[in-house]
Design a protein around this ligand. Structure first.
Ligand code: ADP
Length: 486
């Protein structure tokens, strides 16, 4: 449509380096596809390793002056950027739906969520604190202050194209760190659109740079190994996170990693079933299931599993699948052919091992990477989807009988991002929440993400936290100054 063409035309498609838009070396580009049709939306600059280096050099050059800006100036930049994001929410949401596929209502939700990170970190920027302490022997004083880590490399995934960027840029700017951000090749447009907003909000040239590239590893590895950046913050798969952590070891970079999840969703026999079903829809269907927080294994007490399954299947089958731009659509396409194929093969594996399809499970013919909302019951614990991220709208139900058994099953994974627990028994809720090995627990709620709360995982789900009052710590070093007072 005309509105779609207009938002695509309006976004810059080059690299944002040192406050200027520049072509990639040799004018190279790659295509951005619409996952609802498989057709090309536009092409954007495909950075070479040298282009990446120019962006990092700009960040390094801008670092000393940016570190000296006042906290209030940086807070004002973030507040202005927050306001501009909300002012332009219609265009930004449409742009996101086109490149990523999620329904417009969810894209709008993400722009608001993304903007909230800026609002949150605007408040944090002016609250970076320190300390003054007397040495135990009384003969010295300790001044404790916080300083920006230095230039940062930020790498973000395609599932939340705007929010995963602002969640890193917010605290980086608040702390006074400069950065190079590299969005996923599937969804570069949202981050490119953000660069104009940051410039308008007064973020100085070089303080934030954006490179888009098809060969992420080829461009980022030399930057990581150069030692010029002092920190890497990455959101993506555990597989890539491991590679990056190794690369960071060479120059001992600070690292923050938000990696994969395999969230258990546990419904006890005393839970409010309507609440649990609503929570399941939220935890499963947000973003078509393409979220590291998505409920990946649903353990339901055997006395309520049939009723839960019926109600969940009824709600899931009532969802409307379609292009995210169409009114009334709840479920958009998956990101690409590989994503669709993965969901398809995980479902085939589960069914082959004895799972029953309560609803969905059949891919319709036609263009775009659509997969229908699906509920599977009787999914055995050795199914492939029990230890892999499904990243699609598939809810696998598995019965359990005792609390000990379900906690052990929930913890039987290399991941530890989030767990969802539904029960009305307070002591059980606390017992289970304490014994589950995850960084986050949703208690009688299916969504945990909130810019003001510390988001992150344990085990192989990552290192560090984003958001909350601790989110800025990841971008700060603590310096202690000792003063002799004989
Ligand atoms: P997903 O499976 O969700 O695509 P990835 O971990 O592959 O997750 O991608 C997340 C981000 O990491 C993307 O921006 C992608 O381009 C980038 N990426 C992928 N491989 C590498 C790599 N070897 N080095 C640096 N970045 C990478």
């Amino acid at each position: 449509t005309a509105a779609e063409k207009k938002v695509i035309a309006a976004v810059e498609k080059r690299l944002y380096v040192d406050g200027r838009w520049v072509d990639a070396a040799g004018g190279r580009t790659f295509d951005v596809l619409d996952p609802s049709t498989g057709e090309t939306l536009c092409s954007v600059a495909d950075a070479s390793p040298e282009d990446g280096r120019a962006a990092l050099d700009a960040a390094v050059a801008a670092q000393p002056a940016f570190a000296k800006t006042s906290p209030r100036e940086r807070a004002d930049m973030l507040t202005k950027a927050y306001e501009l994001l909300l002012e332009r929410i219609d265009d930004l949401a449409l742009l996101m739906t086109l490149e990523m596929g999620k329904p417009l209502a969810e894209a709008r939700g993400e722009i608001t969520y993304a903007a909230e990170f800026f609002r949150h970190f605007a408040a944090e920027a002016v609250r970076i604190d320190g300390g003054y302490q007397t040495a135990p022997a009384g003969n010295a004083r300790f001044l404790i202050t916080r300083q920006p880590v230095g230039p940062c490399l930020l790498i973000t995934p395609w599932n939340f194209p705007m929010a995963m960027g602002t969640r890193k840029l917010g605290p980086a700017i608040a702390a006074g760190c400069t950065s190079v951000i590299k969005p996923a090749h599937q969804t570069p447009l949202s981050m490119l659109a953000l660069m104009d907003i940051l410039a308008e909000a007064g973020v100085p040239a070089g303080a934030v740079n954006c490179v888009t590239a098809m060969d992420a590893g080829g461009v980022m590895e030399p930057l990581i190994r150069s030692g010029l950046a002092r920190k890497l913050s990455f959101t993506g798969s555990t597989r890539v996170g491991r590679i990056l952590l190794e690369q960071c070891a060479e120059k001992v970079l600070r690292t923050s990693l938000e990696l994969g999840g395999n969230a258990p969703f546990i419904v006890f026999e005393d839970a409010d079933l309507d609440e649990a079903v609503a929570g399941a829809i939220a935890a499963k269907m947000r973003n078509m299931g393409e979220a590291c927080t998505a409920a990946n294994r649903m353990f339901v007490h055997s006395s309520v599993i049939d009723e839960f399954g019926r109600r969940l299947a009824a709600k899931m089958s009532a969802l409307t699948v379609g292009r995210g731009t169409e009114p009334g659509v709840n479920v958009g396409p998956l990101i690409d052919e590989a994503g669709l194929e993965k969901v398809r093969s995980l479902v085939a594996d589960a069914v082959g091992r004895g799972a029953t399809v309560l609803t969905g499970g059949e891919v319709a013919s036609g263009n775009g990477y659509f997969y229908p909302p699906t509920v599977l019951s009787g999914v055995p614990r050795d199914a492939a989807m029990a230890d892999q991220e499904i990243f699609g709208p598939v809810a696998p139900l598995t019965p359990f009988d005792t609390e000990d058994e379900v906690v052990a099953a929930a913890n039987d994974t290399e991941y530890g991002l989030v767990a969802y627990v539904f029960t009305n028994d307070l002591r059980r809720a606390l017992r289970v929440a304490e014994s589950i090995e995850t960084g986050m627990v949703g208690l009688n709620q299916g969504i945990v993400s909130n810019p003001a709360a510390p988001f992150g995982g344990v085990k192989q789900s990552g290192l560090g936290r984003e958001g909350g009052t601790v989110g800025i710590d990841e971008f700060l070093e603590t310096k202690y100054i000792g003063i002799a007072m004989p």
